[in-house]
Design a protein around this ligand. Structure first.
Ligand SMILES: Nc1nc2c(ncn2[C@@H]2O[C@H](COP(=O)(O)OP(=O)(O)OP(=O)(O)O)[C@@H](O)[C@H]2O)c(=O)[nH]1
Ligand SMILES: [Mg+2]
Length: 202
């Protein structure tokens, strides 16, 4: 199973101006600058698809991307399968006004709590700082709102910045985690398999 096509669909401020809930969605969430947009680009193998930047706060809206998958079956014509990846604004970004921050948080939490077709939460965590308070709070929030049909995945990013033995230790501490480097293209097929396995059963 692999991604054969990916395209930007639309941005939205909240659920009310979002597309209809007709396709399974996978939300990428995490602290600002953790590598959400970069991961979307690596997964889809499309460099500029989601806007990434070294300046925190780049992604300011809910951004929807249409993703097409194909199975690797050699025989016959396997059907196309579809999903939507959702790039979300980072949390914990301080350099915006208080009122804007509150609005972001409200729209974000509404999306996470109320979107009926949201199937997976990919929570990105900086591999160098796996124990931040804000990530623990987000985890608690996700565990609290998670429906029976939803899955939370912990994806540790920027693993290229860790020493070998620190990475090995992190892997031992989080055996269910996915360990990503967008820079070195590591862990990408692990995450893709996790996504297609959950959505399509293969
Ligand atoms: N070394 C390294 N740098 C990375 C990796 N992933 C992302 N980056 C860098 O981290 C910075 C932030 O990446 P983005 O993908 O824009 O982060 P984001 O989470 O979308 O940020 P916001 O949209 O602000 O919430 C960029 O400079 C990326 O090049 C990685 O795996 N390794
Ligand atoms: Mg972003």
């Amino acid at each position: 199973m692999r991604i054969v096509d990916a395209s930007f669909m639309q941005s939205a401020q909240s659920i009310s101006d979002s597309p209809g809930p007709d396709v399974a969605e996978i939300a990428f969430l995490g602290r600002s600058n953790v590598g959400k947009s970069s991961l979307l680009n690596t997964l889809t193998n499309r460099k500029g698809l989601a806007k990434s930047s070294s300046t925190p706060g780049k992604t300011q809206l809910i951004n929807y991307f249409n993703i097409k998958f194909k199975t690797d079956e050699e025989n016959g014509m396997p059907p196309d399968l579809f999903a939507r990846f959702v790039d979300l604004p980072g949390f914990g970004y301080a350099k915006v006004s208080k009122s804007l921050k509150a609005e972001w948080n409200k729209n974000l939490t509404n999306y996470l709590e109320q979107r009926p077709n949201l199937q997976m939460f990919i929570h990105l965590i900086d591999a160098r700082h796996p124990e931040l308070e804000i990530d623990k709070n987000v985890d608690e929030f996700l565990e609290k709102i998670k429906r029976g049909d939803q899955l939370i995945v912990h994806a540790f990013t920027k693993t290229d910045k860790l020493k070998q033995n620190d990475l090995a230790k992190l892997k031992r501490e989080y055996p269910e985690g996915i360990f990503i480097s967008n820079l070195k293209k590591r862990g990408i097929s692990d995450l893709q398999n996790k996504i297609t396995g959950y959505l399509f059963g293969n």
